[in-house]
Design a protein around this ligand. Structure first.
Ligand SMILES: Nc1nc2c(ncn2[C@@H]2O[C@H](COP(=O)(O)OP(=O)(O)O)[C@@H](O)[C@H]2O)c(=O)[nH]1
Ligand SMILES: [Mg+2]
Length: 221
């Protein structure tokens, strides 16, 4: 396999794309640092509750934040947050299954950072592609809803290895599913011993304050 010239060329092309992305991600992080903004990258499968948590934060406003939304199509998630008074830019990738640092750089030019503490990126919904692309944020927050199953950590190790915080979401539904949050943390710690976990529900509000504290203790200002 290693001697296959086509495979070798493909690997070289992917490495080149990733290194260009990494350089741009560094520039994004420099921008955040210069403005004392905490950058957060929310990732998960579609429907695990990313936008709903952001809506909860928009209602409570424990800090001032803006949002970069990523979806293949529609402006729906950005509109939901705008309705709650949050400035949001929607990126529509068409077919790309992840956001990259160049998309974020462009989106940053469309946002105002006056008085902003935190910039949240809601990445494209899936547990595969977004894991490999640094978008210039400081922390990766990965949601895993109880409806998806506690086996997903082992099935999608790249995503969970890169997670700083796992949010086990939709905890209000836990009685209806065979889902063990302890197993999730155990499995995730094998991939990344420093990972933290909060069990959260936008319906019952469990864990929302804990998430706010987690973010507040990492704020740059
Ligand atoms: N029961 C329950 N449903 C939730 C919760 N959070 C989100 N949902 C529902 O899950 C669906 C997808 O949520 P959404 O925030 O759009 O997920 P996203 O695709 O990750 O942004 C919506 O129908 C939400 O109402 C929760 O904590 N508990
Ligand atoms: Mg969403």
């Amino acid at each position: 396999m290693q001697d296959n010239p086509h495979l070798k060329k493909n690997i070289q092309v992917v490495e080149k794309i990733l290194s260009k992305n990494d350089q741009e991600a560094m520039r994004v992080r420099e921008f955040f640092d210069a403005h004392q903004i905490l950058g957060l990258n929310f990732m998960s499968s579609p429907g695990s509750g990313k936008t709903t948590i952001l809506e909860q934060l928009a209602i409570q406003k424990p800090f001032s934040f803006n949002v970069i939304e990523g979806d293949l199509e529609t402006e729906n998630d950005a509109n939901k947050l705008r309705q709650k008074g949050i400035e949001a830019v929607q990126i529509q990738t068409g077919s790309a299954c992840h956001l990259d640092a160049f998309m974020i750089s462009e989106a940053l030019t469309k946002l105002s950072f006056e008085g902003i503490d935190v910039c949240v990126i809601e990445n494209i919904g899936n547990l595969v592609c977004p894991a490999s692309y640094d978008v210039g944020t400081h922390y990766n927050i990965v949601l895993l809803s109880v409806t998806e199953g506690d086996d997903k950590v082992e099935k999608y190790p790249v995503m969970f290895r890169n997670a700083d915080l796992i949010l086990v979401s939709k905890s209000d539904l836990i009685a209806h599913f065979d889902f063990d949050p302890k197993l999730v943390l155990e499995r995730a710690k094998k991939l990344n011993p420093n990972v933290e976990m909060i069990t959260i529900s936008s319906k019952s509000q469990e864990g929302i304050q804990e998430l706010i504290t987690w973010i507040n203790t990492r704020r740059k200002k």
